[in-house]
Ligand binder design. Structure first.
Ligand code: GTP
Ligand code: MG
Length: 195
């Protein structure tokens, strides 16, 4: 999809604030700092529409980006940020769980992992959890510009194995810096949002 128009429609904590158009939604999840906002910006052809930062844990609400008036990207606050209090983590968990398990317009989840390392325990937990709820997942290994291309396949295999991925889910290498993988991510989004 060639994106010309994006609108941050809302930052929602309460389900009552979620959009009501009934249009498909694709959520982005992953550890703080993994590159969710950066991926969003690449997909929508903006340099800094979704706020990126070197300070992890900044995004605390569900951010709904309305794309071409056709679908929403839902930027989910990052998990695994140690400095967030236990109470905040629990509040986060409840909000995400409610959204991911009860949202009828949710068509799939893009789960980002840092392509330079093996997926963490948090990443594994998230993937297992999404699988349990039968939510279609695209795992995106990001920051791939930081590792040589010759090692990409080996790294992707490690991700697949560590997460014990289902055959029906997708796995892609991505870089927000070089935009590698952008078209493939879009293909997955379009087939799940409108397929
Ligand atoms: P939270 O909102 O805190 O959960 O973080 P996030 O997942 O949205 O991460 P964000 O997109 O803000 O990126 C965090 C940092 O990683 C920023 O400094 C980005 O510039 C950097 N970054 C993200 N993606 C890439 C990438 O593909 N390559 C490189 N080299 N850096 C990246
Ligand atoms: Mg972010």
């Amino acid at each position: 999809m060639e994106v010309h128009e994006v609108e941050l429609v809302m930052s929602a904590v309460d389900p009552k604030q979620y959009p009501t158009t009934g249009q498909p939604e694709i959520a982005l999840v992953g550890r703080s700092n993994v590159g969710k906002s950066s991926l969003t910006n690449v997909l929508i052809n903006r340099n800094s529409y979704a706020r990126t930062s070197s300070q992890p844990g900044k995004t605390q609400t569900l951010n709904f980006y309305h794309v071409e008036s056709q679908l929403y990207f839902v930027d989910v606050p990052g998990y695994g940020y140690a400095k967030v209090s236990k109470a905040e983590r629990e509040k986060w968990g409840q909000m995400i769980e409610t959204y991911l398990t009860s949202r009828e317009t949710l068509r799939g989840v893009i789960s980002l992992v840092d392509g330079r390392h093996a997926p963490t325990k948090d990443d594994q937990q998230m993937y297992t959890w999404l699988s349990y709820y039968d939510i279609p997942v695209l795992v995106v290994a990001t920051k791939m510009d930081k590792i040589p291309k010759a090692k990409w396949n080996k790294q992707l295999s490690l991700v697949k194995k560590t997460l014990d991925m289902k055959k029906s889910d997708g796995l892609l290498a991505f870089s927000a810096q070089t935009k590698a993988g952008k078209e493939q991510v879009w293909d997955w989004i379009e087939s799940h949002a409108f397929g």
